[in-house]
Design a protein around this ligand. Structure first.
Ligand SMILES: NC(=O)c1ccc[n+]([C@@H]2O[C@H](COP(=O)([O-])OP(=O)(O)OC[C@H]3O[C@@H](n4cnc5c(N)ncnc54)[C@H](OP(=O)(O)O)[C@@H]3O)[C@@H](O)[C@H]2O)c1
Length: 313
């Protein structure tokens, strides 16, 4: 009986392809032939619970093909992922996720994170929180976050109340803009959140100056958004046509640019998990591999930064 590895080997040989493609294929073959890579699990500081370091972001789930999204959410737990990040502000994303998880019947395999409204008044009591439970069709939310600092003073008492009642497991607050870092620091200094969520990537490292060290000092978990630079403005064009450096494949089990970007992020000691926007099974498989195997140490992270900084554009 042929194994997947045999089939892959045969395909590589039969293809008789050009040298560059052959090198990439033999790296893929080596990865497939190797024993399964261990998942990277990170600890949530406030409880000690461990979660997988690569999840999915869903700001496009209101508009993408629901059949493919269903395949993504069906396959994800088996590939080692658990964190889903959504928000009231992402159109129908919460509703689509709620419906798909109910249809698949695998809600208990996920760490489900959502956010209160991105803009407008949130002064209407707990109704604004209840809406997420209704849209997601769940009785418990793993992580409820205040989106872009909107309404911290109004929402914080209700977050505490819902956490005490066991309706939410963790409380968080988010931004994805440098201009809000001071406000974020102020909010997490005055209040007790379990998590903050912030933008951080190899192409945008400013959160590492103050925000990530503060989270570590305060014992907060950290979710990283826009790990590829953000939907519609990703870092992939800068590496178009280039293969990942040989040393990252050999030393860090990295076989794609997505994995290069993700492993840079999750190897930061303050980071708990990252949530790449993932709307297809092909992206899911690639991104989940970025949450498995060896992570760069400090010297290797520096080498990745130097490589990135030297790229044109
Ligand atoms: N303030 C906040 O709280 C805040 C703000 C922004 C985002 N977020 C969260 O962060 C999540 C991630 O942000 P994002 O989706 O805007 O940006 P992102 O994760 O940086 O980039 C997502 C894009 O990367 C491409 N991609 C994904 N996997 C890939 C792969 N393996 N190989 C090549 N390309 C790949 C896709 O682009 P194509 O479809 O064009 O191929 C996708 O649209 C959001 O979904 C949301 O959950 C939170």
């Amino acid at each position: 009986m042929s194994t997947d590895t045999d089939i892959l080997r045969r395909r590589v040989i039969q293809a008789g392809v050009a040298t560059g493609v052959m090198a990439a294929a033999s790296r893929a073959f080596a990865a497939a032939a190797a024993k399964p890579l261990a998942p990277v699990l990170k600890t949530i500081p406030s409880t000690g619970e461990k979660i997988p370091a690569v999840g999915v972001g869903t700001n496009a789930y209101g508009t993408e093909d629901p059949a493919e999204l269903k395949r993504v959410l069906t396959a994800m737990p088996g590939l080692g992922g658990a964190v889903i990040d959504t928000a009231r502000g992402y159109g129908e994303s919460e509703v689509v996720i709620g419906r798909l998880l109910a249809e698949i019947g695998n809600r208990d395999r996920f760490f489900l994170a959502t956010k209160t409204p991105l803009a407008g008044s949130v002064a209407g009591g707990t109704a604004v929180l209840d809406e997420s439970f209704r849209r997601l069709q769940v009785s418990k939310i793993d992580l409820l976050q205040i989106h872009n600092l909107n309404g911290v003073n109004d929402l914080y008492p209700h977050f505490r109340e819902y956490k005490s009642a066991g309706k939410i497991r963790y409380m968080g607050i988010t931004t994805s803009q440098d201009g809000q870092y001071d406000g974020l620091i102020d909010a997490v200094t005055k209040n007790k959140f379990d998590f903050l969520q912030v933008d951080y990537s190899i192409g945008n490292r400013s959160a590492a100056d103050k925000v990530l060290p503060l989270a570590q000092e305060k014992g907060m978990g950290v979710l990283i958004n826009v790990p590829f630079g953000g939907r519609g403005r990703t870092m992939f064009p800068r590496v178009a046509g280039k293969t990942v450096p040989e040393w990252v494949t050999q030393e860090l089990d990295i076989t794609s640019w997505a994995q290069f970007f993700l492993k840079y992020i999750i190897s930061h000691t303050a980071v708990t998990a990252t949530i790449p926007g993932t709307t297809t099974v092909a992206y899911l498989e690639d991104n989940q591999q970025g949450g498995h195997g060896r992570l760069p140490n400090a010297a290797q992270r520096k080498k990745m930064e130097e490589f990135w900084d030297a790229l044109p554009g």
